[in-house]
Ligand binder design. Structure first.
Ligand code: CTP
Length: 394
């Protein structure tokens, strides 16, 4: 939640909104009545992808903007810029506008970035208010020194949006175990065209790959998810989702991102074969039988294994129906993987069309971990925790 108050520095709020949205945050903006003299609600609404709230009741729809719900919704409340007047009201518990009421209702961490002329900032009244807000546990982002809109020079400039963003990023993510790590995950099936309307595909839903991507992102990793056709969408908006259709498109995207990745998990069920010459027009029904010649697709995982460098961890999946352990271990070797995650189609509740899974994880150095039947979200969390705690290549 971003609160914007009536200071010339309000133009910088637009940049802050952009940075937050780009990083995957859902941003709602509340403006005090005088803030819109400096920046239009439309600007902040377009950038935040949400309606901007300016009053207790929406002027057009008559809808009540429930300050309690808004205060509880926010994971962080950032007030940037905060004027001397808003600081005073917050310090005294005044709540005669929506932003102040949300401030009083919010249980989340509050960050305040004051902006004003140097003498207003120096005034003992303002300084006392800032000190008081600190005692409430609010985080004050100190104004910086420099040229002010008044023409005077001194302390009072709102901190730059990039720095406010870093302060927030550090506050929320500094202790996450995968912070600064890049991860690539693939998910779903691939569609191999037979003609413009038909394809060969498989039953993979993408659920396991999406759950792994969410789990990695929630632990601070910078995640790129390459997915075949699926109705699924990402929840953590910091995940870079790339949708592809065919094995060759997946191959191209994977090879683009793989070199810079610390973790790569190939959860996609990539087609091993594709029609050699997809028809340009829809194939008409003619004879009793139809033959389609298939050619092998590139084995993406194997290529990654061959190119893997120190510091890169590569994980594959194996879906087997017989000789499961033997086949999985042989893929681990052949594709030069660090781990292979075995799904057995023989297991009830495991595999493609299920929200649950039961897997065995074989490690390069002989480890074997069995994860009992549970939701794919929980399986994903356990897989990622295992990678963090026993990572052979990092
Ligand atoms: N895989 C891949 N590229 C392909 C086919 C599969 O990267 N063209 C990856 C899958 O994402 C999975 C792993 O390889 O992580 C295992 O896939 P699988 O099809 O079971 O392996 P294959 O070596 O093709 O063995 P087989 O089909 O004979 O079981």
């Amino acid at each position: 939640m971003l609160g914007v108050t009536g200071s010339i520095a309000a133009y910088k709020s637009a940049l802050l909104v952009r940075l937050l949205v780009k990083a995957g945050a859902e941003v709602k903006v509340i403006m005090t009545p005088s803030a819109s003299d400096f920046v239009t609600p439309l600007t902040l609404s377009v950038l935040s992808k949400n309606p901007v709230l300016t009053a207790f009741t929406d002027a057009e729809s008559g809808q009540w903007n429930n300050h309690i719900d808004l205060g509880l919704w926010a994971d962080a409340l950032v007030i940037a810029p905060a004027t001397a007047n808003t600081l005073a009201a917050m310090a005294d518990g005044v709540c005669d506008n929506l932003l102040l009421a949300v401030y009083l209702s919010a249980r989340c961490p509050v960050f305040i970035s004051p902006a004003m002329d140097l003498d207003m900032l120096k005034h003992p009244g303002t300084q006392a208010n800032i000190a008081k807000l600190r005692t409430y546990g609010n985080h004050i982002i100190a104004p910086t020194d420099g040229e002010l809109a008044s023409g005077l020079s001194g302390e009072g400039r709102m901190e730059e949006p990039e720095n406010i963003f870093s302060i927030l990023d550090n506050f929320f993510h500094a202790n996450l175990p995968l912070r600064g790590k890049r991860a690539l995950v693939t998910a779903g099936s691939t569609y191999e065209a037979i003609d413009p309307v038909r394809f060969f595909g498989n039953r993979s839903s993408g659920t396991m790959g999406f759950a792994l991507a969410e789990s990695l992102a929630n632990l601070g990793a910078d995640v790129t998810l390459i997915s075949g056709p699926t109705h699924l969408n990402v929840e953590n908006r910091s995940i870079r989702l790339i949708r592809i259709e065919s094995a060759s498109e997946m191959h191209a995207e994977c090879m683009k991102y793989f070199p810079e990745m610390e973790f790569t998990i190939m959860a996609a069920a990539v087609a091993d074969y594709r029609p050699e010459n997809p028809a340009g027009e829809k194939i008409k029904k003619k004879n009793d039988s139809l033959s389609v010649s298939l050619v092998a697709t590139a084995d993406i995982l194997k290529e990654m294994g061959a190119k893997k460098k120190a510091g890169q961890t590569l994980i594959g999946f194996a879906l087997e129906t017989e000789n499961e352990t033997e086949n999985a271990k042989s893929k681990l070797d052949k594709k030069n993987l660090d781990y292979i995650i075995l799904n057995s189609l023989r297991d009830e509740g495991a595999g493609f069309n299920s929200d649950t899974n039961r897997v065995t994880i074989f490690g390069r150095n002989g480890t074997e971990t069995v994860l009992s039947l549970k939701s794919k979200t929980d399986i994903a969390k356990e897989i990622i925790n295992l990678l963090i705690s026993s990572n052979p290549s990092q």
